[in-house]
Design a protein around this ligand. Structure first.
Ligand code: FUB
Length: 309
C-alpha cells in the first residue's frame, strides 16, 4: 500500500512516494481514523523530536480520499485549547454528530489527575476545535477515550488504564446520563495476562477502540505492557459482555506502546497503529502506519504483522 507524507511545501500539499509510516515529516502516535463523506480523516497525537519521555503538546489531522495521497491539516487542537489542561496531549478519538465533530482526548488536569476533555468543531472534521464544556467530561485519572454511536443513536464513551470504564453519552455528546460504569476485566473477556496481578489480571492495558460490524461489537485494545501488542474482544452489545478473541498485532518494532484504530473504507478494512519505524524513532518518537486486512467468515480478526508497505 502506498501511503505517505514525505514533505510539505504548504499546509495542504502532499508528496507521496513511500509506504508505511503514513506520515514521515513529524512523529505521530495514537491514530484515530474517521470516515466522513468519502474521505478518511486521521487524528493523531504528536511526539516531540528528541524527547526522552512522552512530550506531547498538540494533536494533528491528516486526510485522504484514496489511502494513498495524504493531506496535512496541521494542528487544529492543542493543550492550549483546554485552559484547565497542563500536559500530556494523549490518545483520543473524534466522531461526527449533527454536523459537529467531537474530539475526546485525555490530558492532565491542573489538579494532577488525568482527565478526558472534549473539543468541538462546527466547521468540519479538520476544525478548528474549541473546548466544548470548559472542564473535563470525566476525570478518574485514567486515559485513552474511544467513542461510538450505536444504531439506535446511543453514544458510548469508553476509556481506561489500568481499568476499563464507560458512560452513556447524551445526545449533546458533551454530557452523560447514569453513573460511570467499570468493566470487570476477566480472563474470559480480555485474555489472561502472564504474570498478571490483582490490578492487571488480563491482557487489557489501554487504548480501547469500540466499533460494530454486522451484529458484533468489537473492543480492540493495547495489551500487556511493556512491550504492548494489540488484542481484540467481541460482544453482543456495546456494553458487552466481552469475549476475548486473540492477538490482533504481536509486539513488534521499537515502540513499547501501540494503539489500534479500525475503519472500513471503499470496500476494504484497515487497521491503523503506531510503531517506531521512522529514522530516529522509538518509544517516544512514534509513527502511524496502516495495514489492510480481511475478517474471517465468522467475523474474527486476523493476526497482522507490521509492514513498510
Ligand atoms: O501517547 C501517549 C500514550 O501512550 C497513549 O495515551 C497510550 O495509548 C500510549 O500510546
Amino acid at each position: 500500500m502506498k501511503a505517505s507524507i514525505l514533505s510539505l511545501s504548504a499546509a495542504l500539499v502532499t508528496l507521496t512516494a513511500a509506504d508505511n509510516p503514513i506520515v514521515q515529516t513529524i512523529y505521530t502516535a495514537d491514530p484515530a481514523p474517521l470516515v466522513h463523506e468519502g474521505r478518511v480523516y486521521l487524528y493523531t497525537g504528536h511526539d516531540d523530536d528528541g524527547a526522552t519521555t512522552f512530550v506531547m503538546n498538540d494533536w494533528r489531522v491528516f486526510s485522504s480520499s484514496d489511502m494513498v495521497n495524504w493531506q496535512d491539516h496541521g494542528s487544529p487542537m492543542s493543550l492550549k485549547t483546554f485552559s484547565w489542561a497542563t500536559a500530556q496531549a494523549w490518545a483520543g478519538q473524534a466522531v461526527e454528530r449533527g454536523g459537529k465533530f467531537y474530539w475526546y482526548v485525555p490530558v492532565r488536569h491542573f489538579s494532577g489527575a488525568m482527565a478526558v476533555g472534549v473539543g468541538v468543531s462546527d466547521d468540519g472534521p479538520t476544525g478548528p476545535f474549541r473546548d466544548a464544556i470548559g472542564e473535563p467530561l470525566v476525570m478518574n485519572n485514567e486515559i485513552d477515550p474511544t467513542v461510538f454511536i450505536d444504531d439506535d443513536g446511543q453514544a458510548y464513551l469508553y476509556w481506561g488504564n489500568p481499568g476499563l470504564w464507560y458512560v452513556k453519552l447524551n445526545e449533546d455528546m458533551v454530557s452523560y446520563s447514569g453513573n460511570v460504569q467499570q468493566v470487570t476485566l476477566t480472563a474470559e473477556g480480555f485474555g489472561p495476562r502472564q504474570g498478571g496481578n490483582g490490578q492487571r489480571p488480563t491482557t487489557y492495558e489501554e487504548g480501547p477502540w469500540l466499533y460494530k460490524r454486522n451484529d458484533t461489537y468489537y473492543m480492540l485494545f493495547a495489551a500487556s505492557c511493556c512491550s504492548e501488542h494489540l488484542g481484540w474482544s467481541t460482544g453482543p452489545s456495546a456494553e458487552g459482555p466481552w469475549t476475548y478473541g486473540g492477538v490482533l498485532m504481536p509486539t513488534q518494532g521499537s515502540s513499547f506502546t501501540n494503539h489500534p484504530g479500525v475503519i472500513d473504507f471503499e470496500g476494504s478494512s484497515y487497521l491503523f497503529y503506531h510503531n517506531g519505524a521512522l529514522p530516529g524513532g522509538g518509544g517516544y518518537q512514534r509513527s502511524v502506519a496502516v495495514e489492510r486486512f480481511e475478517y474471517g467468515a465468522d467475523g474474527s480478526l486476523p493476526t497482522l504483522d507490521m509492514t513498510d508497505e
